[in-house]
Design a protein around this ligand. Structure first.
Ligand code: SF4
Ligand code: SF4
Length: 320
């Protein structure tokens, strides 16, 4: 069992049920060109887990018989998976909107020099981590030189039309706190990001998403080793806001791991808490073709308080 899962096991978090599933979030594996401190999937260059072609085909088959409106692709660095582009092209053919959770530095890797153009040509929305607009803070969390590379990549994306006014090419940035605190208000931080990035680098973008750090995986282990796990969980619980419950992302989303198994959300995937469907311990995406999940209970534990604390948190930023 995950060290953090044991600590999250007993919960009084309110029960949740899936509604209509409109977003399919797929994790293409844990390989990444970076190795960030807060990474909730423990991704890095040495990880071997990567989605196979067969599983990518299962996902395309599922999409063909579903009401999915958005395919949200994550990793690791999802672009390192050899089937990333096939999935994007297949979704595009079905008029499904695609989001690439991009770490920006991947756009500068020698074997990915045409990636930005591919994303632009297929109108892929880019959601990119930039945990601060100051170099020192980004490099501390994501590694030396990451800020400078990210700025270059953002300029390149702007030049292709990303983040520009009236452009279809959406470019969003993601902020997550450096330590065990809640993110500041999203609107005012977005304003500060926009002003600073424009004044110092002439960079534009669409929205800033503030995301609460989940007490799981690498961040969870860091909290345990510093003796801050209980106090961080208490912080999340004390900041509970009931109105966030109606908007938590698991209501309209399911998450698929690199092997094709299904979870209520990305965080449950990382905690190895599979979707409860029928009597089987795990459900594969190939078993859900044409199935309606509305009304199915969501597996909740204490980490769910990370979604409802303060202004709320999801892969699309604050909830209120
Ligand atoms: S770039 Fe993203 S996936 Fe890669 S290590 Fe950092 S947080 Fe994890
Ligand atoms: S952690 Fe996952 S299951 Fe729990 S409330 Fe958030 S999205 Fe839903």
């Amino acid at each position: 069992m995950h060290a953090t899962l044991e600590l999250l096991e007993v919960t009084d978090f309110p029960p949740l049920q899936h509604a209509r599933v409109e977003t399919l979030q797929i994790n293409l594996g844990y390989r990444c060109n970076q190795q960030c401190v807060h990474c909730h999937v423990n991704a890095g260059p040495r990880r071997k887990e990567s989605m196979s072609h067969e599983t990518a085909r299962d996902i395309i088959d599922y999409l063909q018989q579903s009401d999915i409106k958005t395919l949200d692709i994550t990793g690791g660095a999802p672009e390192m998976n050899p089937h990333f582009r096939e999935l994007v092209l297949a979704a595009k053919k079905m008029d499904i909107h695609v989001i690439d959770r991009c770490n920006l530095t991947i756009l500068e890797e020698p074997d990915q020099t045409d990636l930005a153009k591919f994303l632009a040509a297929n109108e892929v929305e880019i959601t990119a981590s930039l945990p601060c607009y100051l170099a020192e803070n980004v490099d501390k969390q994501r590694g030396n030189g990451v800020f400078e590379t990210s700025i270059r990549a953002l300029k390149n994306l702007n030049a292709l039309g990303y983040g520009q006014k009236n452009s279809e090419l959406l470019l969003n940035l993601v902020f997550n706190p450096q330590g065990p605190v809640l993110p500041p208000p999203q609107d005012s931080l977005e304003k500060a990001y926009k002003e600073h990035l424009w004044e110092t680098h002439q960079i534009v973008f669409d929205q800033l998403y503030t995301i609460t750090n989940m007490p799981i995986q690498r961040f969870g282990s860091m909290l345990i080793s510093k003796g801050q796990f209980d106090s961080y969980l208490a912080l999340l619980r004390n900041a509970y806001h009931e109105q966030n419950l109606a908007n938590v992302m698991c209501l309209n989303l399911i998450s698929i791991d690199w092997q094709g198994y299904v979870y209520d959300c990305d965080f449950n995937q990382m905690l190895d808490l599979p979707l409860r469907y029928g009597s089987q311990p795990r459900t594969h995406i190939s078993q859900l073709k044409g199935k309606n999940l509305a009304g199915l209970p969501v597996v909740t534990k204490d980490h769910c308080y990370g979604c409802t604390a303060g202004q709320g948190s999801s892969c699309g930023g604050a909830l209120n």
